[in-house]
Design a protein around this ligand. Sequence first.
Ligand code: FES
Length: 142
Amino acid sequence: MSDDIYREIILDHYRNPRNKGKLENADVTVHDSNPLCGDEIDIHLKVDEGVIRDVKFEGKGCAISQASASMLTELVMGKDLDVVKDLKKEDILENIGLTNLGPARIKCALLSLKVLKVGMVKYYSENDPKSAEQIKNESSLY
Ligand code: FES
């Protein structure tokens, strides 16, 4: 796909975000922001038997950070935590279709993954401390 098509997809997610809002009775809720610009993301997860049964996000900020969060919720909805915990920044950049971003924009694109990983560490800390440590050790997002 051309960059123009990816730009259209990003704008569509920015204007019509998927899975945006609060999640009642979430098992995990995590908030983080990009300290450089102040953009914010909250991610709410409902987890059952190791599977993400529901995910929603709230946030404000640039088109890339918010569209990336919207796309991330679609990517992980219904997925096994074991699969999600292995997501790498390259997977996210590929998912949003922009692999040639500069360093500042990469932080925009990865903010939601960082929040999701923090959420997973929080979840695993209570249920599977070994996996929590693994995410912390392997994630370059910390
Ligand atoms: Fe703040 Fe994009 S400008 S995350």
